[in-house]
Design a protein around this ligand. Structure first.
Ligand SMILES: *Cc1c(COP(=O)(O)O)cnc(C)c1O
Length: 352
């Protein structure tokens, strides 16, 4: 039953393989982030087949789905106090920034007879998660007092809240902080994680500071695009995912609504351009499943006019194809829509 979110596993595999190889040449290993497709194990297996040895997700529930797959599991959202027990059970490594939570992880690990690896996040200006650089050493001193957590490395996240672009300056700072930690505490960090898909361009242009040993690609292997500048990456597939929806109504109607214009389904007052009569198709998908602005029809001669909760309206006037009720139309998805489609129980997931 439609709508269907189709995943091309071969394309996913090829994308991961290209990124893993490029990063490997720079001594950078990768953990592939699975949250955008809700860690569907079939897709995650394709990621492993492409050469990823680590899978990362922001939700412990998603890591649980991956428990039988042969890869190291990483929780990349700062854990909730309420999930530390499952965290220790289902993740091999987690990203942290709060001593109170790290102590709770230590307790949970002790109770389970385990030692849990943690990566301390450092905030280098994006203002999402991470301890400030001045607090790194004091935090690590406290971590070293705990017996059941092991400081595995340092990491940074950029271009998520503040939109800060990774650079030789801020990633250079991360490498300097890591070197300082190693010297101060006479130890070796096993991982210096230099960011997400927005850091990938530095690998491509050869400017990634030496000392960054890990990246966490998500969007770049899923949609074939780096996210610092939004450029397509040469050689990567951009169409690993396809949304299919079915036409439920097809009629010639006006382009201007008739009557007094009040609010649309979401409380906004809409505006319209009079383009005369048009051939309009309603596809049975809506704002509950996708963000219409984050979709692009594969038939480039059609245009998305808008959507309410469950109806997506498309202008098919200028298409070369003759559509009929019951026909299936296809769309490319952007990151925001991929997240929503993967999450929605109304969308059938097909991967092959
Ligand atoms: C979501 C996320 C990623 C992956 O981000 P992309 O932009 O999809 O590459 C990496 N690291 C962290 C901490 C994340 O939350």
């Amino acid at each position: 039953m439609y709508p269907v979110l189709k995943t091309d596993l071969k394309k996913i595999r090829e994308n991961v393989s290209i990124i893993a190889k490029k990063c490997g040449e720079k001594d950078i290993d990768i953990m592939c982030v699975t949250k955008a497709f809700c860690a569907d194990p079939k897709v995650a297996q394709a990621v492993i087949d492409g050469g990823a040895t680590m899978l990362a997700d922001s939700r412990v529930q998603n890591l649980m789905k991956l428990k039988d797959l042969n890869a190291k599991k990483v929780l990349i959202r700062i854990p909730m106090m309420s999930e530390v027990e499952n965290l220790v059970k289902y993740a091999d490594l987690s990203f942290n920034s709060e001593l109170k939570t790290i102590k709770a992880i230590d307790e949970a690990a002790k109770a389970l007879g385990k030692v849990h690896d943690i990566l301390l996040m450092v905030d280098l200006g994006d203002l999402r998660e991470g301890v400030l650089p001045k607090d790194v050493n004091a935090t690590i001193e406290e971590i070293f007092k705990l017996e059941n957590v092991n400081l595995y490395g340092l990491g940074v996240n950029l271009t998520c809240y503040g939109g800060i672009i990774p650079s030789t300056t801020n990633l250079g700072q991360l490498v300097e902080i890591a070197a300082d930690v190693e010297k101060t505490f006479d130890m070796k960090l096993q991982m210096v994680s230099g960011g997400n898909s927005s850091s990938y361009y530095l690998v491509e242009n050869g400017q990634m500071p030496a000392g960054v040993t890990n990246l966490r690609p998500g969007e770049v292997y899923l949609l074939g695009r780096e996210t610092a500048y939004g450029n397509a990456v040469e050689g990567l597939h951009e169409d690993c995912f396809t949304l299919q929806g079915q036409i439920v109504e097809l009629k010639e109607k006006d382009s201007m609504p008739k009557g007094e214009i009040g609010m649309d389904a979401f409380g906004n007052v809409p505006t319209f351009e009079d383009k005369g009569k048009m051939l309009r198709a309603i596809v049975a998908i809506g704002q509950q499943d996708v963000r219409p602005g984050d979709l692009a029809p594969r038939d480039q001669k059609t245009d998305i006019l808008g959507a309410s909760s469950d109806h997506l309206i498309i202008d098919i006037t200028h298409s070369d194809k003759t559509y009929q009720v019951g026909d299936v139309v296809e769309f490319d998805v952007e990151y925001g829509s991929l997240l929503m489609l993967a999450t929605s129980e109304y969308v059938t997931k097909v991967s092959e």
